[in-house]
Design a protein around this ligand. Structure first.
Ligand SMILES: *[C@@H]1O[C@H](CO)[C@@H](O)[C@H](O)[C@H]1NC(C)=O
Length: 387
């Protein structure tokens, strides 16, 4: 006790030899009484209005499991000097033919025909232009090279004698691809009118509830002829590509040139306490790749692939295709809720506990903030000596 001092001693004494028990003090004050009821009313409003009615706190929730399949329809005609009159159908412009939750539709293309392995001049640019063989290094290949340099300096375009540009020769697939200029307008501008059929099955495992986006009341006839429209045909699962891009506030023909990525969002928010027919999909569209970058560095979406064959001389040949296009990513999300006693009880319990907040708040105001606080304190605490 000597090391601790008298205050420490007092604390130990009261800890051991005093007992406190709450008693009820009824304060007859309009101000305090009204305040208490107002706070309680606010809490009641929050619990009933927000937690139960709006957030459906009486429901158990589950998130969606889904599968998506797609089918594209439409043909486009092109007429160019390189390819002549050509028709493009689904097998030509959907790459790969089927995928997972996404579909790529080629809208623009740079085709390099009849490439074979051999030696040919590189595309002219800062690093490949040359005056003589001394400017070219045998065996060199840069990141942007089409092949490996042979060490010779040759005329780039012998087809145009006026053009005297010389570039380093490379061992590569020849002739090398010239992708300087992206075709404009887009090669397959008719893609605007192609349609995309989306079949989406969903499952809420907790409630064993399944549904698909082709609703039971949709007839075969209707499905053959409809296209999605936000107001008039909001449940038709067939989407015109041009409409989707437009709904995302973009211009299809502009997007078709360099390509891009579009998101088709399907939202299934279902209240399973209501009839199953009220559980319907809601479609929204947005452009996912950053549109602001469209006019700056590396815009759009493209990739290359080739078709291989043997030419008349038995030589390995290929057609190189640089495809620009729009990838449609189909994203399904949603939540279903159904009445369950456990979340209901938890929310009622926590709502009741919240009423304690009203008491704490009023106590603080009465004992610390009001003018008559000393009077109230005197009334609230009563000290009783040992008998
Ligand atoms: C799409 O179809 C409409 C109506 O059939 C036609 O007027 C329009 O030219 C087509 N768009 C393109 C880019 O071919």
């Amino acid at each position: 006790m000597e090391t601790c001092g008298t205050s420490c001693g007092k604390a130990a004494y009261s800890f051991l030899f005093e007992y406190d028990t709450p008693r009820i003090v009824l304060i007859r004050s309009r101000k305090v009484g009204l305040m208490n009821r107002l706070v309680q009313l606010a809490i009641l409003g929050y619990v009933i209005g927000w937690v139960f009615v709006w957030q459906k706190g009486y429901q158990e929730t589950d998130s969606v499991v889904s599968s998506v399949t797609t089918k594209v329809k439409g043909v486009a005609v092109t007429n160019t000097s390189q390819l002549g009159l050509r028709i493009w159908d689904v097998a030509d412009y959907v790459i790969p033919p089927q995928g997972e939750n996404s579909v790529f539709i080629m809208t623009n293309v740079i085709i390099t025909l009849n490439q074979t392995q051999g030696r040919c001049p590189e595309l002219p640019d800062k690093t490949t232009r040359c005056q003589s063989d001394a400017d070219c290094e045998e065996g060199y290949s840069g990141i942007h090279s089409n092949g490996v340099q042979t060490g010779r300096c040759v005329v780039y375009n012998p087809a145009e004698p006026a053009n005297k540009t010389k570039t380093c020769e490379v061992f590569a697939w020849c002739p090398v691809e010239d992708d300087e200029k992206v075709p404009q307008p887009a090669f397959l501008k008719g893609a605007e009118n192609f349609t995309l059929l989306v079949k989406n099955n969903i499952w809420y495992p907790k409630f064993n509830f399944t549904k698909r986006n082709i609703l039971p009341n949709i007839s075969k006839m209707y499905l053959k002829n409809c296209t999605y429209h936000a107001v008039t045909d909001s449940f038709c699962p067939i989407f015109r590509l041009g409409d989707m891009v437009e709904a995302a506030r973009n211009n299809f023909q502009e997007m078709a040139v360099e390509g891009g990525v579009m998101g088709l969002q399907i939202k299934w928010n279902c209240d399973l306490d209501k009839p199953a027919s009220r559980c319907v999909p809601k479609y929204t569209f947005r452009r996912i790749d950053n549109k602001d970058s469209a006019h700056t560095v590396s815009p759009g979406y493209n990739f290359r692939f080739a078709k291989y064959y043997k030419n008349a001389d038995g030589e390995d040949s290929r057609t190189l295709i640089k495809a620009y296009g729009i990838r449609f990513d189909i994203m399904v999300f949603g939540k279903a809720g159904k009445f369950n006693i456990i979340p209901t009880m938890i929310n009622i319990g926590s709502g009741l506990a919240l009423f304690g907040v009203a008491t704490v708040l009023c106590d603080i105001i009465v004992l610390y903030c009001m003018k008559k606080k000393y009077y109230y304190r005197e009334k609230k605490y009563k000290y009783v000596e040992d008998y």
